[in-house]
Ligand binder design. Structure first.
Ligand SMILES: [Zn+2]
Length: 84
């Protein structure tokens, strides 16, 4: 089995550990709708990238609405008893 050729000194360890930190998350704003987005990513709010419409948001929301309606049908919301 291989063995370490040299002893790792405390400064070796510390120098390596100096790189082990989390970088702050970069956040950009969408030029179209000003929503917070990741840089170089499609805006999930309006579906644009570099000023081009690349996602059909209307179709996506329609699909979401359908999903929610389906869920509501499967488990109907508790009946509201109004005492007023
Ligand atoms: Zn946007």
């Amino acid at each position: 089995m291989g063995l370490p050729g040299h002893r790792r000194t405390s400064s070796d360890k510390r120098r390596r550990a100096a790189q082990d930190f989390l970088e702050r998350l970069q956040i950009a704003t969408c030029p179209n709708c000003k929503a917070a987005i990741k840089p170089h990513h499609v805006c999930k709010q309006c579906g644009t990238y570099k000023g081009r419409q690349v996602l059909n948001i209307d179709r996506r929301t329609a699909r979401l609405v359908k999903k929610v309606e389906k869920r509501a049908k499967a488990a109907p919301a508790p009946k509201q008893t109004s005492k007023a």
